[in-house]
Design a protein around this ligand. Structure first.
Ligand code: ZN
Length: 106
């Protein structure tokens, strides 16, 4: 999965956390058969919850590309791609890494 966080490629230790872009920490989670880097388990859990929500709503089996803009406080405006299909959404997480707000964007 190709991941762009606030304009920069992310998802590896060198490039930064797949959700927030942070380069500190050392946490890995396997998503769609790919080991992705996260700064912490909270970011990883938020990412998993987000990916699962997108898959549930789109019926996609995997996501090829994910563009994430924003942060914990503002919420995140995202674009997911699978093949030639695109799905835009807004997501904000709560204190327990769960989804507080999820909106499909037209
Ligand atoms: Zn993070």
């Amino acid at each position: 999965m190709k991941i762009i966080v606030n304009g920069k490629e992310a998802g590896t230790k060198e490039k930064g956390c797949a959700l927030c872009g942070g380069t500190w920490g050392d946490y890995y989670e396997e998503i769609d058969g790919e080991k992705l880097f996260f700064c912490c388990d909270i970011c990883a859990l938020e990412f998993v919850n987000m990916v699962n929500e997108v898959k549930k709503r789109t019926n996609w089996s995997k996501i090829d590309e994910l563009i994430i803009n924003g942060n914990y406080y503002t919420g995140r405006t995202c674009s997911a791609k699978s093949g030639n299909k695109e799905y835009k959404f807004y997501v904000k997480f709560n204190d327990e890494a769960g989804i507080e707000t999820f909106k499909e964007l037209g």
